[in-house]
Design a protein around this ligand. Structure first.
Ligand code: HSE
Length: 308
């Protein structure tokens, strides 16, 4: 096998109370990559989506950076060509750069006969995130590769756990058409937080994990609050508070910023509530003249996969 087509899903990182430590995968959208291995040396990246501006230099593209690290670790020379069929808009807050890096390392691992474990692939993909955002964080790449809801307990060394997801948990995601740069959104965060805010956030993070394992939707709802990143970043999203209020009025368990934004997510009990929340959020953006894309999804249990 010397050519392979891979899908890697979009992801929601932070999940309100878990800045840099929680993330989950969506069913749709996702990035599709055609990866080809041949004799020779070097990585070539092409964009197959008209009108999308992407860095194609392998040293500045997250997929190229992650694959270069992987080839370096194998001490192998190969010519790798990566065709990007991106369905996740860059700068959307649903793990666009992460999905490309995840799909790339997943595909190259397959083409080389799977020398690496999934956790090792997360480490390679994380190099793409370091380049894209300036800091190591695996809360998008880990769920994109592994699927499901993931806890990144630590990045150095990488320590990742899959968290149980209740059957009836669904997600609404709405992407307003404004761009947020993750590195800039990270720079907006305070370097230190008050002890009382830390205690609130710890309580909510632990509560969310306990709620997920016990399918306790009330506990999940009570825990979906962010006193660390959301207050600083809400200004990046036009009409953030109105959109959040619309999701809550529609019956969402909680609503916050997806990753560093501008997408917003709402977790809901049941698909029909998620649809209502998605519609309410989308309508609120639309009424305020902000074009947007809305998605409704269960948590994608499988993560990156081969398409052909
Ligand atoms: N945890 C990261 C952040 C996710 O919030 O900056 C970026 O998608």
């Amino acid at each position: 096998m010397d050519s392979i087509k891979i899908f890697a899903p979009a992801t929601v990182a932070n999940v309100a109370c878990g800045f840099d430590i929680f993330g989950f995968a969506l069913e749709e959208p996702g990035d599709v990559l055609r990866i080809t291995r041949s004799e020779g040396d070097g990585i070539v990246i092409s964009n197959r989506v008209e009108g999308l501006q992407l860095p194609l230099d392998p040293e500045s593209n997250t997929a190229g950076i992650a694959v270069a690290k992987m080839l370096q670790s194998m001490n192998t020379k190969a010519a790798i060509s990566i065709d990007l069929i991106k369905k996740i808009n860059p700068g959307s807050g649903i793990g666009s750069s992460a999905a490309s890096a995840a799909a790339a390392v997943f595909g190259v691992n397959e083409l080389f006969g799977r020398p690496y474990t999934t956790i090792q692939l997360v480490e390679f993909a994380m190099y793409g995130e370091i380049a894209a955002s300036g800091s190591p964080h695996a809360d998008n790449v880990a769920p994109s590769l592994i699927g499901g809801f993931v806890l990144v307990r630590g990045c150095d060394p990488l320590d990742v756990y899959s968290i149980s997801v209740p059957d009836n948990l669904y997600c609404a995601v709405v992407h307003p058409q404004v761009t947020v740069n993750t590195a800039e959104a990270r720079a907006m965060l305070k370097k230190e937080i008050l002890l009382r805010d830390a205690v609130t956030q710890w309580g909510n993070a632990a509560g969310l994990v306990a709620g997920m394992y016990s399918a306790n939707y009330e506990l999940i709802a009570n825990s979906l609050h962010d006193v660390v990143a959301e207050p600083a970043r809400a200004t990046l999203i036009p009409e953030f508070h109105k959109v959040k209020e619309a999701a809550m009025q529609a019956g969402a368990l909680g609503c916050s910023i997806s990753g560093s934004g501008p997408s917003m997510f709402a977790l809901c009990k049941g698909m029909s509530t998620a649809r209502k929340a998605s519609e309410a959020m989308s309508n609120t953006f639309t009424k305020n003249n902000i074009a947007n894309h809305a998605y409704t999804s269960s948590v994608n249990a499988g993560g990156a996969r081969i398409l052909n």
